[in-house]
Ligand binder design. Structure first.
Ligand code: ATP
Ligand code: MG
Length: 283
């Protein structure tokens, strides 16, 4: 049986739990238990702090884990990235106080940077031959320049609001992260097969995100124009209706173009348009 490490609470927990639920894996989430059995898939769930997940997977305490790629890169452990999961997106950036004369990464030469990601920052500075002093702190990195602890910071940014509040300007985006399924690189063939099954379930969910299933009735004489308008990679399904002169058209549509296309189809004469959520898309 596989054991998966996931974040016990925090930003990744909710999306992780709903991914598992959508994949048909029901976990009895007892807040006080470290390990829970699941039904619907032979798996045990280990609840950890996100910082500890890469190490737990590396040591084999868990076979796989769901964690931000930032935490994986920072620990620098040999883990296998099985797949990216499309949530928990963020970046780790260098920021400096507003108003300083910043002219590129060389600005950091001889300066001090506060961060919780010293390893990623060290690799970045090394790649540019920049000699800076890296000051590791566990939290509240963004206040370090204001209190005189550092000249700049290297921290997680998602919207940038926290930086603005602290009078900082993002100057270099160094690392882009999202949540990923990672695995211990030395799993048995039996466990690898289970990981592939898990990946298959997760992929069908991740692939279906951003798409809707659309059905509509279209007068037969405009079907060709409707099909051309829908476009895309997948050809729509066209079925005759019992009422003469009408067809039913079924298709999968990307959410980005959904409303624009529906408006155009309505103008063509489409009626009874249904937009349905897609749970899984299996290639
Ligand atoms: P834990 O108690 O598990 O150690 P934490 O406080 O270290 O939690 P969270 O704030 O819950 O961590 O963030 C978990 C992960 O979510 C981050 O490592 C990162 O991959 C991702 N993330 C996405 N957006 C953000 C953001 N704006 N700030 C911080 N992390 C983010
Ligand atoms: Mg953490």
């Amino acid at each position: 049986m596989l054991r998966i490490a996931i974040q016990a609470k925090g930003r990744l927990n909710e999306d992780t739990m709903s991914l598992l639920a959508d994949a048909g894996i029901d976990v009895a989430q007892s807040k006080r238990k470290l390990v829970a059995r699941a039904t619907g898939f032979p798996i045990e769930v280990l609840y950890l702090r996100d910082d500890d997940i890469p190490q737990a997977v590396h040591m084999g305490v868990a076979d796989v884990g769901i964690v931000g790629l930032n935490e994986v890169a920072e620990r620098d452990l040999a883990l296998r990235e099985v797949m990216r999961l499309g949530f928990g997106a963020c970046r780790i950036s260098l920021a400096v106080p507003r108003g300083v004369e910043y002219h590129g990464p060389a600005w950091f030469n001889g300066r001090c940077v506060a961060t919780s990601y010293p390893h990623i920052l060290r690799s970045y500075f090394d790649s540019l031959a920049i000699k800076a002093d890296i000051h590791e702190i566990a939290g509240s990195v963004e206040i370090a320049p204001a209190v005189g602890m550092a000249d700049g910071i290297f921290d997680i940014v998602s919207s940038g609001g926290t930086l603005i509040q602290n009078g900082l300007v993002e100057v270099e985006q160094v690392f882009h992260s999202e949540a990923a399924l990672v695995a211990n690189p030395h799993l048995s063939a039996e466990k690898l097969a289970e990981v592939e099954k898990l990946k298959f379930r997760f992929s069908s969910i991740v692939n279906s995100r951003g798409f809707k299933y659309v059905l509509m009735n279209v007068p037969s004489d405009v079907v060709e124009r409707a099909v051309a308008l829908i476009g895309g990679m997948r050809s729509p399904t066209v079925l005759p209706l019992a009422a003469p002169g009408w067809c039913s058209l079924h298709t999968v549509m990307s959410e980005d173009v959904l409303w624009q296309k529906i408006e155009a189809l309505k103008e063509l004469g489409a009626e009874g348009i249904l937009v349905l959520n897609l749970e899984n898309m299996i290639p």
